[in-house]
Each structure stands twice: as structure tokens, then as C-alpha cells.
Write a protein that binds this ligand. Sequence first.
Ligand code: NAD
Length: 445
Amino acid sequence: MTTVNNYINGEIVPPSTNEYLDIINPSDSTTLGKVAISNSTDVNAAVTAANNAFPKWSNMTVKSRAALMLKFHALVRKNANELSKLIVLENGKNMTEALADVAKGNETVEYACSLPQLMQGKIDRVSSEVTCRDRRDPLGVVVSIVPFNFPFMVPHWTLPIALVTGNTIVLKPSEKVPLTMWKVIELFEEAGFPKGVVNIVNGTKEAVESLIDHPLVKAVTFVGSSPVAKLVSDRCHSLNKRCTALGGAKNHLIALPDCDVKPTANDVVVSYAGCAGQRCMAASVLLIVGDKEGTQQKAILESVIDKAASIEPGTDSGKMGAVIDEQSYKKIISYIEQSEKEGAKILLDGRSWSSQQSGGNWIGPTIILHENKNDKAMKEEIFGPVLSVHFVNTWQEAIAIENNNPFGNAAAIYTSNGGHAEWFMKRVRASVSHSLSYTCLYDFF
Ligand code: NAD
């Protein structure tokens, strides 16, 4: 049983509230430990520590900060297995997915190590005898607030870049998965990061609001659901603070009649059922273009169902893990039940999984066939292993459905014709959030 407190100025500090939440294993509902619930007093201590560390840290050369990050990168690789085991325990995803979580996060660390070459600034001759010097300066204390679904990767969209550019950090991990970053903090120490440069405050809403409101916090990065992203960005903007807030998703896949059936089906299932559908890039709606009684269209749907039905529950590689908690489980079930009420047909029903497992939040891959494109499950983020399928007669109809949904992280088109792919690429409106983390976050700091 681990007690996850706060990490402030290089010390482990219990929360002033003395309150904790249980950390629950999604696979079997056992308690793994407890995590601190912090308030404004704890936040003030962490932000003050980060602010005190800022002058010395920001005065170091970029290359000396990057050198520490390079050591950290090597330590992450060395500890990748241990970190991944923690991710499996607290998040419920399988081991291959957990290893990928660590490897993808470490890619941003690599990117940050190249910042000495990238952030040299430039000199523009803007008029005759007039030059402008473009220089990158750190902002100060940066706050990162992260979701449960990638316990290692998402915090590392912000931390390495903010740190190498000379900022100091207060991280607020998801209260559902605090163990991974609790281990990572040891690696920051081992790499030689000075005290106060990286701090962790655990908790929920109160911690987040206090962090945003703290006058010494200069910028906030948030990744999570859209309603909370809006709360965070509104609060930051009301205080004139820099903020980047990435929200939820509803990702559309469009299968054209000329697609190659087997690879299409494999890809659709890997996309919607990987990490039990708890990825902001997960497929959520499959639009099959053409006659629903057509041979090719029927083959696509049957292949997707066959592939999804072959998935087994578990956290070993190749299997599908449980969803994060009971609340999430109930939300996913409610979307399936609502779809039934709306007249949709459940082609593959994952609800049977919960009765086959002892404990945990298990729901198997589910496929719903919707006659009506306005069914709730077709439009809202479910964040579970549920695929909504809808037949459309034309490409234009498919594009209209994709374009009209208010979310948008990604869209994909399945076709064997490059011209068709090009046509869709120009018309889909989804954008890929991951490119944001690399390019925009560098511009952000
Ligand atoms: P969440 O919004 O519930 O929580 C995210 C963070 O906000 C957590 O640290 C949480 O403690 C905090 N929080 C929760 N409620 C709050 C409130 N009322 N006020 C202030 N802070 C609050 O998200 P989650 O369930 O942890 O993660 C899943 C969501 O994240 C999904 O919607 C998913 O699409 C999204 N996500 C998006 C991306 C992206 O790149 N766009 C990446 C990963 C996850």
C-alpha cells in the first residue's frame, strides 16, 4: 500500500488537509494505496518552492538543462518496465499499451533535449538600419493538470519542454492514477534536477482551482474532458493567464467501398478497443459508405465484428483491460442502454464481461448499429470500448457527419485509392492533438 503525498521543494510532504482518496485497481477493485487531497495551503507551498527555484534554474544555459533531461531520458528507459507495471496496476491497460505510454512520453523528452538547437532565436532586419532580436525567455512557474488515461505520456507533453525552456513546474496528476508520476519524481531526483524545479501537488478540483488562481503561476496546461477544459480555460482567461486546454474527442472513421477489408477491420478494432477505448485518439464512429446490403459493406462490418469478438479480457499483452472506475463503467453502460431505447441494434454486446470477472470494471468490445445519425452515442464522447456504426449513401454524407460534430481529434479514411484519400483529407475538419503537444507547447513557453 503506497501513500502518495505531495512533493514540494524536494521533500515528501503530507497534505495540510490530512485527507486522502483511495487508489483503486480497475482490474479487480482492490485498494493500491491512498493519494493526498490538497488545498490552497499545499498549493501555495508548491508554487512558492517552484518560484524560489526559478531564478537559478532559468539562469542556467539551455544546454545544461537539456543535459539533465538527457540523463532523465536514460533513467526512464532503464525503468520502463517498472513504470509500465505501475500503469497496468493503476490504469488497467495491458502491458504492451503501458510500455507504449512510457515510450511515447519519452519521445517528448527526446524532443526537449534538442531544444538547445531549436531555441537559438533569430535576428530580423525589419527595415533599413533597424533589426529586431527574437529571443525566447522562460515564463516562470508553469502548472500542468493531466487526465487518467496516459499516466506517463500526458504529463510529459508539458514537463520536458517547460523545464528545458527554463520554467519550473507544479504538476497535478490525476487522482485516479497518481502512482506512476510518484515513481517518476525519483527519476527526476536521480537525474540531478535541483530542488523545487519539479513539484507535485495531488488532489482534485480545489487543488486545480487554487493552482490556477495563484498569482505566481504564469501558465497552465490542461488535458482532460471538454467540460473541465472549458472551466480551466475560462478561469485562466479571466485572470489573463496563458492556458492551453485540450479536451475530449469523437473520432470518425470512414470506410469507402474500395477499402481492403481485412486491414481496415483490424485497424478499426485496434483503434476503438485499444486501451479499452480510453484514448483521445480512439475511433468512436465508423461510417460505411454505400448500400448496407452490398457485399463489400457487409464484409467490412462482419470483419470488424469478428475481430472485436475475438478479444479477451485481461492485462496481458493482446488482451483488453478494464475501464478506469465504476463511474466510467456506468456511463458507458448508459450509452448502450440509451442506444437500445433509440432503436439502435447491439451487434456485439460487451456487457457480458462484468459477470465473467470477479471485481473490476469490465466491459467488452461493443458494436452498435445506428439507423439514426442523431442517436446520443453517435454524437457524444463515451470514452469506452464502444463503436457506433452507421451506413451512409454518399461520401458527402460521411463528411457532413464528421464536420458537424463539435469534437475533433482525428479522422481516418479507408480506401485503396490515393485520390479518394486526398479528397477526404482536404475536407475532414478533425485535427490531431498530439502535434499540438510538440509544436504548440514549444511556442507556448
Ligand atoms: P477529467 O476532465 O475528469 O480530469 C482531468 C483533470 O482535471 C484531472 O487531473 C482532474 O483531477 C481534474 N478535474 C476534474 N474535474 C475537475 C473540476 N471540476 N475542476 C477542476 N479540475 C478538475 O478527465 P479524465 O476523465 O481524467 O480524462 C479523460 C478525458 O481526457 C477524456 O475526455 C479524453 O478525451 C481527454 N483527453 C484528451 C486528450 C487530448 O489530447 N485532447 C488526451 C488525453 C485525454
